[in-house]
Design a protein around this ligand. Structure first.
Ligand SMILES: C=C(O[C@@H]1C=C(C(=O)O)C=C[C@H]1O)C(=O)O
Length: 336
């Protein structure tokens, strides 16, 4: 890896430069990035940079140019097949929820010049992270935190349920969206109960400008010191990105659906930073991935029994469009 960046909860953008030392365990001191794939298959996920600094832009990481991208619409038929299989499993009783992912692919000549200023242009609740390795890389502006760990206090969130900002009133009373969200919130509460005293705040609406989500903050006063790797394994994937119930079988079917739909391994995966004795992991969504001339934007949708194919397909497009606007592939709407 050549570089990695992570926007911390207190608003610093930490940029680490390679070569990175790969470690199986979190180092006791200094700064280390945590990178794993969706299936958590990386043996040495901790990456210690040769040097690091706090920056306020990504200038210098990307060559500035007029970016041109030729996007190709994802195939509806492939998604429809997977959607049908998800529904069959749900109706068969072995599954309550899963999260198929559709990836739009394009050919580009490089990132838009605006990427340098991305840190300044993001909505308050979007957190930036990314990395590059030779001619491939990832940049994410994610609204979703897996967890933050500091002084025996773990904070996390349920984030699920999606609509356009204009639909806010109806969204607030939409039973299907509330149910989808509650699956995530209640599963997190149950998983965390072993670790300490769990407190849940009220469900809120998180407004990202173009999209809104239900958001429930959760915090846990830990009974004892917990290891970051164990917590990642315990919590990832939450039902915001993973199956419910989460068993080796439901995970295996999700891996299969993701693979058939061409989902990149980094999508939905945890990415974190250990600094000053705190650790935080974000959930890798709302991202652009690239490899040479190819660029990808994946998006997932939570499917539960009342979900309908056309609505989910629309939600996936909505999420991709929001990502395209954030990353400068589409113009910002007037007024922003
Ligand atoms: C899977 C994504 O987002 C997740 C799924 C959501 C949903 O299904 O409503 C909402 C927020 C995220 O937890 C994505 O952005 O691709």
């Amino acid at each position: 890896m050549d570089w990695a960046c992570f926007a911390t909860a207190d608003g610093r953008l930490v940029l680490g430069r390679g070569p990175f030392e790969e470690l199986a365990d979190c180092p006791q001191e200094g700064v280390a990035f945590y990178r794993n794939d969706f299936a958590l298959q990386i043996d040495k996920p901790w990456l210690q940079p040769t040097s690091w600094e706090v920056v306020d832009s990504l200038a210098g990481l990307f060559s500035s140019q007029e970016s041109e991208v030729l996007w190709e619409d994802p195939e509806a038929g492939l998604f429809a097949n997977v959607f049908r299989e998800v529904m069959e499993r749900i109706r068969g009783g072995g599954l309550e929820k899963s999260v198929p992912v559709v990836t739009e692919t394009g050919q580009w000549n490089g990132p838009p010049a605006t990427w340098a200023d991305l840190p300044k242009r993001l909505a308050r609740d979007m957190r930036l992270f990314g990395w590059a390795d030779g001619d491939s890389g990832v940049l994410s502006a994610t609204p979703e935190q897996l967890f933050h760990l500091e002084d025996g206090l773990l904070t996390t969130m349920a984030l699920a349920g999606t609509a356009r900002s204009e639909e806010r009133e109806l969204f607030g009373v939409d039973e299907k969206e509330i149910r989808e969200h509650e699956f995530v919130a209640q599963t997190l509460m149950a998983k965390l109960a072993d670790f300490g005293m769990v407190r849940r705040k009220d469900r809120q609406i998180l407004d990202l400008g173009e999209l809104i989500h239900f958001h429930t903050p959760i915090e846990v006063e830990l009974y004892r010191g917990e290891n970051a790797d164990n917590l990642v394994r315990r919590l990832h994937p939450t039902p915001a990105l993973g199956p419910l119930p989460r068993t080796s079988e439901t995970l295996a079917t999700l891996y299969d659906w993701r693979e058939r739909l061409g989902c990149p391994r980094w999508f939905g995966a945890p990415f974190g930073l250990s600094i000053d004795g705190t650790f935080e992991a974000l959930v890798g969504i709302r991202m652009t991935l690239w490899q040479g001339k190819e660029v990808q934007i994946p998006a997932g949708c939570g499917v539960i029994e009342p979900s309908r194919l056309v609505n989910e397909w629309r939600e996936l497009r909505l999420k991709r469009e929001a990502v395209k606007r954030v990353f400068g592939f589409l113009p910002q709407p007037l007024g922003n």
